[in-house]
Design a protein around this ligand. Structure first.
Ligand code: ADP
Length: 495
């Protein structure tokens, strides 16, 4: 009997493979680092072949750790960095150029032009997204424009476009499958969110030939089969979702109004909105959720640009921490923040403020403040920004999130999670397994192939709120005043 379910978790900085056993426990896991290149200011690329090589190598590593072979595998789940855009030759399987990653801003001018036109409104309404270089459409247009032969080859059906999930599926099936799951498709700016189908008007606007598009597949279901000469075994590819949507599933948030927050470099909040796509009035994105069945489900999404990166900044730029984990002891060694607030607007501010030109500030410094207060202010800023995001989300949905499930690297920090619970005045829950992304991909594949019966969501710790109404109000007032000083340009006075 096949014993393991393979989750391929292809992220920006590494490709990981996790093997889950039939009881839902992680049996082994292997990770291979991946490089990005920065050929020009604001440009970010990856080598598509290196992505595949790293993924393949990590699969071998995870099997090797258990001393087993691919014949012990039952099915594959895939989760991936979203929006990253690839085009390859269908017959040779060779990419026509580098993968343009989600971080790449090379199409900023094109997006700015659309945003100044009347088209931005219908495009946002149709896709649930903002017109931003983050999403795939303008990156794909850029690739097609990079070589005068490509548009015709595209129309002739010689080329294939896809996001990283499509690329892995193509490779795993030895070129037999050209698909994209619905969650990844919802990030391309080419899909009608309500219909879950490619949109002719958007394709026309960006001049994208239909012949290059992958088939949109559900997130859970037997989408295709791995080729025997690639993986050594023919098994179903049965679950696919973009990383944030997979994490939502991995955290068990599959019913309306359940939410998860991932504290990584940035922070990503997703709330499940059931079978209705909701339009945000607060600058959040409306997106497809990964459904465990074959029904369309949706989510609202908001992100904070700088979360864990504020801690990295203290460590790498100011040198006041030797390691990110030290921040917890520093913060707990003082009574309060001594009135200090850090606004980590290193790359501007995202939802709900949306100020690209805002820049960071440290405000409220007095003679008694020392580095411990600055570290505390940095951790508090992660929770305060997340609070603003949740407040915006709740004003959109009109529903209160009862408890917040968290994951990501900085979710290891007890001070941060307690402070988040205090601010929100509701429980914050940390699961035992912080790898929600891989678990989500595994859950999607398991549901389609009857692999397990227990999705095994286990709580590590529940942080209960413990802050007085007055303290919460004062904290939020201080934060608002600090934010206002940044948003009103006061921080520019010294320049
Ligand atoms: P990503 O997936 O974006 O690379 P991770 O989920 O791996 O991010 O989390 C890494 C981030 O979390 C880093 O920015 C790091 O500074 C921060 N981080 C890691 N451990 C801690 C900790 N104990 N306390 C606070 N921040 C932390």
């Amino acid at each position: 009997m096949s014993q393991y379910l393979l989750a391929c978790d292809e992220g920006t900085s590494s490709a990981r493979s996790v093997l889950f056993d039939r009881e839902g426990y992680v049996a082994s896991s292997a990770q291979i680092e991946l490089q990005s290149t920065f050929p020009q200011d604001g440009w970010v690329e990856q080598d598509a072949n290196a992505i595949w090589a790293a993924q393949r190598q990590s699969v071998a590593g995870a099997l090797e750790q258990l001393g087993t072979t691919s014949s012990s595998l039952h099915a594959v789940g895939i989760t991936n960095q979203r929006e990253t855009t690839l085009v390859w030759d269908r017959s040779t399987g060779e990419p026509v150029g580098p993968a343009i990653t989600w971080q790449c801003r090379r199409t900023a001018n094109q997006c700015a032009a659309i945003n100044q036109s009347s088209d931005a409104e219908w495009m946002s309404a149709r896709t649930g997204l903002k017109i931003d270089p983050y999403f795939s459409a303008t990156k794909l247009r850029w690739i097609l424009d990079s070589d005068p032969d490509l548009p015709q080859q595209g129309r002739d059906g010689e080329l294939a476009f896809g996001t990283v999930d499509s690329w892995l599926m193509f490779k795993l099936t030895d070129g037999r499958l050209h698909a994209i799951d619905r969650t990844n498709a919802s990030r391309t700016l080419l899909m009608d969110l309500q219909k879950g189908a490619w949109d002719d008007e958007l394709l026309g606007y960006f001049d994208i030939p239909r012949e290059i598009l992958p088939t949109i597949a559900p997130s859970s279901g037997e989408i295709g089969y791995t080729a025997g000469d690639v993986l050594g075994v023919e098994i179903p590819i049965a679950g696919v979702a973009g990383d944030q949507q997979a994490a939502l599933v991995g955290q068990g948030c599959t019913t309306p109004n359940s939410a998860k927050l991932t504290y990584g470099t940035g922070a990503f909040l997703l709330v499940h909105t059931g079978q209705e796509a909701q339009v945000s009035k607060s600058g959040l994105l409306s997106t497809t959720a990964a459904s465990l069945g074959d029904v369309e489900e949706f989510a609202l999404e908001g992100s904070v640009f700088s979360a864990g990166s504020a801690i990295q900044w203290l460590r790498d730029n100011l040198g006041i921490l030797a390691a990110a984990a030290e921040s917890e002891d520093f913060a707990m060694s003082v009574q309060d923040n001594a009135g200090v607030f850090l606004i980590p607007a290193f790359e501007g501010l995202g939802a709900p403020h949306w100020s690209a030109n805002a820049r960071g500030a440290l405000v409220g410094l007095s003679r008694s403040a020392d580095r411990r207060h600055i570290v505390r202010a940095a951790l508090e800023s992660i929770a305060l920004q997340s609070y603003d995001l949740i407040e915006a989300l709740e004003s959109d949905t009109g529903n209160k999130i009862e408890e917040l499930r968290v994951d990501g690297g900085a979710a290891a920090n007890d001070f941060l999670l307690q402070f988040q619970a205090d601010l929100l005045d509701r429980p914050v829950v940390r699961p035992r397994d912080l790898e929600s992304t891989a678990r989500g991909a595994a859950n999607l594949a398991a549901a389609a192939t009857d692999f397990w019966f227990d999705a095994r969501y286990e709580v590590d710790r529940r942080f209960e709120p413990n802050m007085s109404v007055k303290d919460r109000r004062l904290k939020l007032e201080g934060w608002r005043a600090a934010l206002d000083s940044v948003l009103s340009g006061i921080s520019d006075i010294s320049s």
